[in-house]
Design a protein around this ligand. Structure first.
Ligand code: DHB
Length: 328
């Protein structure tokens, strides 16, 4: 999906309602729990506003870096059936442009009650701190730290979230410089995600977003005997990884029970059933990414309507009444 997609531009029937679906993340009110996950769309004011009109409860921007990044050349994304594989290369216009886009979008999103989560990515702990100061100029509602992109150059770059100590240090660096709550996005590609989650929670994370894409994986064009993606490998997302994402959210929520840290459950959520599953294992908000690529922007209203129907069927008045039920 490109930034210029024309799907789902009609204002959502659910978009302005303050309903039983509303939820609070670190004191920030979300009109519904279904948020745009980072990585799909999310670079320009126009698209942020369209997502809000389509019913998103919150919007996570694509991760931005201190300097602009061109990213990999095409093909960068493939729907291989059970899921997507992508290596975009963290393309973004850099923090200076993103500050302008987020600032402009906020003026329009605030009256709709749609918070904006600014996602950031850097190659060093120090740069994460500097980038945090810059992005705070846009006054995002929350900042997401992307320390879990699987598409790094293994020889020269380290996926910070595979190391609990480094994950904690990045979290501290961002927390020291932030003027809003911070979200740490973790990778499923670890032995024990609960250990990483505890470390970032101790380091000051307010929210954990679990999980980023899996992998890296590889899909070949068997006629040419070459990988399809220009980067050869890419992060795997979509329905194929959903059960792993649900288990990760479950493990994190179990490990952090009793703490104030909240979780955004992300990974293959396509339907209301999938969103309810994430909430049952303890998620406060549910991230939707790949489903927009396969289903279009109408997916926000579809999922919200389905959650509301589930709540009615079980006589739940609000989301708190069933959040974490599977952890009991
Ligand atoms: C990219 C970044 C991610 O965080 C991810 O999970 C997959 C791909 C990218 O921009 O290449």
């Amino acid at each position: 999906m490109t930034e210029s997609s024309s799907q789902g531009t009609e204002p959502s029937a659910l978009s302005t309602e303050h309903s039983a679906l509303s939820t609070t993340l670190c004191g920030v009110l979300f009109r519904n729990p279904v948020v745009l996950a980072s990585g799909i769309l999310g670079l320009s004011e126009e698209v942020f506003v369209r997502l809000a009109q389509a019913g998103a409860g919150g919007i996570t921007t694509k991760s931005c870096s201190l300097q602009p990044r061109v990213g990999w050349h095409n093909p960068t994304i493939l729907n291989y059936g059970p899921g997507l594989i992508n290596a975009v290369g963290l393309s973004n216009p850099g923090v200076e442009v993103m500050v302008q886009e987020i600032r402009a979008a906020k003026r329009q999103l605030q009256p709709l009650g749609v918070p904006i989560i600014a996602s950031i990515f850097a190659n060093s702990i120090y740069d994460f701190g500097v980038l945090t100061r810059y992005i705070c100029e846009a006054e995002p509602d929350l900042i997401e730290i992307n320390i879990s992109c699987p598409n790094l150059d293994a020889e020269h770059e380290e996926m910070f979230s595979s190391n609990a100590y480094v994950s904690g240090q990045v979290t501290r660096s961002v927390k020291r410089n932030a003027r809003c709550p911070i979200v740490v996005k973790l990778s499923p590609n670890v032995d024990n995600i609960a250990i990483i989650a505890k470390e970032v929670a101790n380091a000051g994370a307010d929210v954990i977003c679990a999980v980023n894409s899996f992998g890296p994986g590889m899909v070949l064009d068997i006629e040419t005997a070459r990988p399809v993606l220009s980067n050869r490998t890419g992060g795997v997302s979509g329905p194929a990884i959903r059960p792993i994402a649900v288990r990760c959210v479950h493990d994190i929520c179990r490990a952090l029970r009793g703490s104030k840290v909240q979780v955004i459950g992300t990974g293959g959520v396509t339907t209301a059933r999938d969103a309810v599953e994430m909430i049952l294992v303890g998620a406060t908000c549910v991230g939707v990414g790949s489903a927009i690529y396969t289903r279009g922007l109408g997916v926000f209203d579809e999922i919200n309507a389905g959650i509301a129907e589930y709540m009615q069927r079980h006589s739940y008045q609000n989301i708190d009444e069933f959040r974490g039920r599977a952890l009991r």
